[in-house]
Design a protein around this ligand. Structure first.
Ligand code: SF4
Ligand code: SF4
Length: 434
């Protein structure tokens, strides 16, 4: 199985070997050996926790840059709803959309319609589902990878419906290609993202089909340009922004956690955020304790996408701004409703292929090999001090024992077993009297 693509990279030159990233990684994907951090690609779920923990700037997201847009004839920005809650008072959604046009985009796509379409498709899928419950949303790519890597027996519970940003990319290309006569592969659909994890769902979709999107730009990458453009516009009130602002509340509601809950009002629905909370819920699902829940919407970031690691504003300020914008918008305008009705019966929202498990190294191979590795790791663990100090470069003694059992580390890398320590113990030993 090939290594997974990821939405970030570690710069070994900048890495100071401080162990901070290794200590916070929820899947124990990072090791620090020879003073440099490295991650095991098949264990990493792209949660981005390590990015925020590195004080040395050694871990950076691999989003696209504005320059990457130059190779396309027509460029469509598909902004996450979170973008609209990022800016100071006085910078309106119209200013923000206009700022994206000034950056080099030719159009800004409001994907309220696609959100409504996907909500409906999820409801129908759930009502026809005969397999194990609960079903799990695939909107957050981290959650999908977490299931693939750590809960492989639950992959069938991932709902096979594309997220709205993918449907938006497909529709934007179809529409502009038809209207402007430009081939689809000359149209770039770029998601303006609150987190680096969305990049991986484009680079390597879990269902192994090609993404409809061509890349991502982090909110933090477009923020300053939008503020500068808004300030210029405000200084010239005779030239108001031309870009179309948000059409309806449906766009913002999806990020405030009450979009799907309204659609699934008659179903048992759980919304959970934060990777530690999600693992608790998934542990319970695996143990069969949550069979009475029908649908779980999970987002790796605390408070959902508004807490993404490529945002600029405080998460609570963002949520409050989005709520106040939402209160001023129509629930669903007639035009949006008509489009949802027209497209729902004709479009396919399925993932195309099922999502499969991604076993980590040491969890693959035939049964006897796996049993041998587990036994060897258990035996090695008894030789380690159980301090979980991390100085060997593995986050815990248990992980170190597993690394040694699969040949990724040597027992002598544990300071307790290191030659230096052995020598110093020997030198301190009081010689027996003859
Ligand atoms: S946090 Fe990780 S990547 Fe950053 S300097 Fe420390 S060990 Fe290196
Ligand atoms: S992105 Fe998350 S899972 Fe991947 S190495 Fe960083 S902390 Fe670990």
């Amino acid at each position: 199985m090939s290594a997974l693509a990821h939405g970030f990279r570690i710069d070994e030159e900048k890495c100071q070997g401080c162990l901070a990233c290794m200590r916070v990684c929820p899947t124990h994907a990072i090791r620090v050996r020879q003073g440099r951090a490295r991650y095991t690609p098949e264990r990493c779920i792209d949660c981005g926790v390590c990015l925020s923990s590195c004080q040395w700037g050694a871990i950076a997201p691999t989003t696209s840059s504005v320059k990457d847009l130059c190779g396309f004839k027509f460029r469509v920005a598909i902004p996450s709803p979170v973008l609209f809650g990022q800016f100071p008072a006085g910078i309106s959604p119209a200013h923000i959309s206009q700022g994206l046009l000034m950056l080099g985009f030719d159009a800004v796509w409001d994907f309220a319609v696609e959100i409504s379409l996907v909500d409906r498709a999820i409801k129908e899928y759930l009502e026809n589902w005969k397999g194990p419950l609960p079903l799990i949303s695939v909107a957050c790519p981290v959650v999908v990878r977490l299931v693939q890597v750590a809960y492989p027996r639950m992959v069938d519970q991932l709902i096979c419906i594309q997220p709205p940003r993918e449907i938006a990319g497909r529709e934007a290309k179809r529409r502009y290609s038809g209207e402007l006569g430009i081939p689809r592969d000359q149209i770039a659909a770029i998601h303006i993202t609150p987190c680096q994890a969305k990049t991986i769902s484009i680079l390597e979709p879990a269902e192994r089909v090609e993404s409809n999107l061509d890349g991502t730009l982090g909110i933090s990458e477009v923020y300053n340009a939008i503020v500068a453009s808004a300030n210029t516009m405000k200084a010239e009130p005779e030239k108001p922004p031309k870009a179309v602002p948000i059409r309806s509340a449906a766009l913002l509601r999806s990020c405030l956690g009450d979009g799907l809950s309204q659609v699934l009002a008659h179903h048992r629905y759980l919304h959970v955020t934060g990777i530690s909370n999600i693992t608790q819920v998934f542990d319970d699902i695996e143990k069969g304790r949550l069979r009475n829940v029908e649908f779980v919407e999970a987002h790796s970031c605390w408070s959902g996408c508004a807490g993404g690691n490529l945002t600029v504003a405080n998460v609570y300020v963002t949520l409050s701004k989005m709520q106040s914008l939402l209160d001023r918008l129509p629930d669903m305008d007639r035009e949006t409703l008509a489009e949802v009705e027209r497209r729902y019966s004709t479009e396919d929202f399925g993932l195309g292929r099922p999502i499969l498990p991604r076993p980590a190294r040491g969890h693959s191979g035939n049964l006897s090999e796996r049993v041998r590795a587990v036994r060897e790791a258990e035996a090695l663990l008894t030789k380690l001090p159980g301090l979980d100090c991390g100085l060997c470069g593995a986050p815990t003694c248990k992980e170190m024992a597993k690394d040694v059992s699969i040949g990724d580390a040597l027992l002598s890398e544990c300071i307790y077993h290191s030659n230096d320590l052995q020598r110093s113990r020997e030198s301190k030993r009081i010689p027996k009297e003859k």
